[in-house]
Structures are given as structure tokens and as C-alpha cells.
Write a protein of this length. Structure first.
Length: 391
């Protein structure tokens, strides 16, 4: 009576995990590669656009216009359009970025233009705005119809989950027999050549970059699934901010007066005004001078019809959990950790296509090897049958 020997659970689990790793890489690897390339392209978007902006001729001794006066001149320069957003720097030599939406046409989206803060002159459109807008749409939802409400967001969210599984699963599959020996993690064994050398490099880089990929995926899910965002907010002790509404037509003068009243005594390096599509609730995001990152800003909401301050949320007074939630975007792109973090995220994002291409190569090589193995077994079986028949 023969008894079958069942392989240990560890072997079965590794085989299953290896299959899952390959399946996820094949189905979502190209999506992850695209997300990596587009994410890398946006890593230094601000610096690239700043370099493309032609410096405006200096007006010696001429101070910047008051923000309200600048907005009025900008509105006059774009008749038939309404201001949707304005970003004004404390340095008058830096052009203001003002975005407009069409009042009458059914064109969606907004166009951003540059204005000289000192005289309100239109300097032209924001360089490469359309390019980076397309890159962002590809990164967030593959530029598919429906934008954030379409299927693209589900696909990119699923790819982020796959990246988590690929990272953790790859770490388990690579776990060396001597994990405390740094050579086992950071060196390629001698004698590896050809495809096997590239396989070792795939494993080595995956292990080194896994922590960064986990950080990117876990923060990227914030925009993909509402249940995930709500769970993180509950975990960090934050409350979902209720949207403050105000009826009527906003008046920039009244709104700015309310903002200055709420932020009296604060010095800001940049102020961003966000105008709602409907209602009069003007939202101000003010970045203090010397802020750690772009999302370490104070948020003020003012009723633009009356000038009443509806809410004032200062970054310095927020609990640690709320600061983390406010900086999710900066964590996602590495800026939360300074320039070094941005460079690391840039490099790891550029590396995602490498894992997709090499993973596909390894899979094709295994399939070719399996076909050769089957053909060899069939040939051997045929030879055996022929020998048996002739004997």
C-alpha cells in the first residue's frame, strides 16, 4: 500500500506566493510602470515650470499691487471668464498664478495664466500646464473617462494594492538563510550571468526599495478608495471636515478682509485663494514662511458675501495625526522628508518599469523552458513506446 508524501506547508505557500507574484506582475505591472513614470515626471514639476517662466522685467521700487486690485485687473484681462483659483507669492517678482473657468462655454477644466504682481499685466499662460495636467490624469486614473469617478481610479487603486502584495511577497520569497548578514541583502552572488544576473538584480533592488514602494502605495490609496481614507482618518484620530457653505455672490474685497482679520500677526510666503463653483465660501490656504512642505499651510474659510470668518485652522495648532493627514500628498511624493526624500521617490518611481520589464522577461523564459521540457518528455515517451513495441 503506497502512501503519498505531502510537501511541507512552507513549500506549498512559497509556490502559491510565487504564482501570485507573477500573476499580479503580469496583470498590473504595466499599470504600475506607467504610474511610476508619470509620478517621476511630476516629482519636480514646480521647479521645471519655474525654469520655463520667463522673468518679467523689473520695475525698480514699484511695490506689488494689493491682492484684491491684482484680482480685479486679472478679471478684466479675461472677460467672459471667472477666477477659480489664485496663487500669490510674497515676493512681488514672482508672477501670480491665476486660474480661470469659462462662464458660458461648456468647456471643462481651467486655464492658468501668469500675472505681474506689480502692475497686473498678463504675462501669458503657465508653461507646460497642459502637459503636466495630462501626466497627472494618467497617474491618477489613466486618463480614462469619468476622471476620479470613473473606472481608472479603481484600476490605479488596485495597482497600488498589488504593489503592496508584490513588495511583501517578494521580500518573503527573497528572505535569506542569514538575514543579519548585509551581504545577503546588498550583493549579487558570484557566478551569476545572463538572465540569472538580472534576476538577482531584480531581487536586490526590490528588497532595497520595498519600504519606499510600500509608502507610495499606502499613501496613494488615500485618493483611490473612500473607505480607506475614512479608516486612516479614524486611526489617526482625525475627524472628517464638514464642508462650510455660504450663499450669495463672493466679493474678493470682503473675503480678503476676513482672511487678514483671521490671520493677523502671521507672515506668509504664499497665499492661495480657491473660489467655489457655487456659493460664496472663499477658501484661503496660506503657507507660512519657512514651512516644512507645501501642505503645512493654514486654512481659512470666509463668507465672501459678508466677510465673516467661517473657520480658521492653523497648522501649528493641529494634533500630530491631523498634520500627517494634511501632509499625505507630500509624504506620497517624498517632499515631507525634504529634498532627499523627493530624490529617493524620483529614483524608485523611475525604477518601476524595470521591475515590470524584467518580471515579464522572466515569465516568458519560464514558459519557454516549460515548453521545451514538455517536448523533451514527449520525445522520451515516444522513444520508450517505440522500444517497447519493437522488443
Amino acid at each position: 500500500m503506497s502512501t503519498s508524501i505531502r510537501p511541507p506547508f512552507r513549500i506549498i505557500f512559497r509556490k502559491w506566493l510565487f504564482t501570485l507574484h507573477g500573476w499580479l506582475g503580469l496583470t498590473l505591472g504595466l499599470v504600475l510602470a506607467l504610474m511610476g513614470l508619470t509620478g517621476a515626471a511630476m516629482s519636480f514639476q514646480d521647479e521645471i515650470q519655474a525654469l520655463l517662466i520667463k522673468p518679467a522685467p523689473l520695475h525698480t521700487g514699484q511695490p506689488a499691487l494689493a491682492p484684491v486690485a491684482l484680482l480685479e485687473r486679472a478679471a478684466m484681462a479675461q472677460p467672459g471668464r471667472s477666477i477659480a483659483r489664485a496663487q500669490i507669492d510674497s515676493d512681488p517678482a514672482v508672477p501670480a498664478r491665476i486660474s480661470f473657468v469659462d462662464k458660458t462655454a461648456q468647456a471643462k477644466g481651467r486655464e492658468t495664466y501668469l500675472f505681474d504682481q506689480r502692475d497686473g499685466r498678463l504675462l501669458g499662460p503657465l508653461p507646460a500646464a497642459a502637459l503636466f495636467d495630462t501626466v497627472e490624469r494618467l497617474h491618477r486614473w489613466l486618463a480614462m473617462p469619468g476622471n476620479g469617478k470613473g473606472p481608472g481610479r479603481i484600476i490605479t487603486g488596485s495597482a497600488a494594492i498589488a504593489l503592496i502584495v508584490l513588495g511583501l511577497g517578494g521580500l518573503y520569497l527573497r528572505w535569506p538563510s542569514k538575514p543579519r548578514d548585509w551581504r545577503a541583502w546588498l550583493t549579487i552572488p558570484r557566478g551569476r550571468t545572463g538572465r540569472w544576473w538580472w534576476r538577482e538584480l531584480h531581487l536586490l533592488l526590490g528588497g532595497v526599495m520595498m519600504t519606499v514602494y510600500l509608502l507610495s502605495a499606502l499613501t496613494g490609496l488615500w485618493w483611490s478608495f473612500e473607505w480607506y481614507r475614512n479608516g486612516v482618518q479614524s486611526l489617526l484620530g482625525g475627524e472628517r471636515a464638514e464642508k462650510v457653505k455660504a450663499k450669495g455672490q463672493p466679493d474678493f474685497a470682503l473675503g480678503w478682509q476676513g482672511f487678514e482679520k483671521a490671520t493677523s500677526g502671521h507672515a506668509y510666503g504664499r497665499i492661495t485663494l480657491i473660489v467655489p463653483e457655487k456659493g460664496a465660501a472663499l477658501r484661503f490656504r496660506a503657507l507660512p514662511q519657512g514651512a516644512r512642505h507645501n501642505r503645512a499651510d493654514d486654512a481659512v474659510v470666509v463668507d465672501g458675501a459678508t466677510g465673516k470668518v467661517l473657520s480658521a485652522d492653523f497648522y501649528a495648532r493641529r494634533p500630530a495625526g491631523e498634520r500627517v493627514m494634511a501632509g499625505v500628498f507630500e509624504i506620497h511624493r517624498g517632499a515631507f522628508f525634504g529634498m532627499g526624500g523627493r530624490i529617493i521617490l524620483f529614483i524608485t518611481s523611475l525604477s518601476l518599469p524595470f521591475f515590470a520589464v524584467t518580471g515579464l522577461w522572466f515569465w516568458l523564459a519560464r514558459q519557454r523552458s516549460k515548453r521545451k521540457g514538455r517536448a523533451r518528455r514527449l520525445a522520451n515517451q515516444a522513444a520508450t513506446d517505440l522500444a517497447s513495441a519493437s522488443s
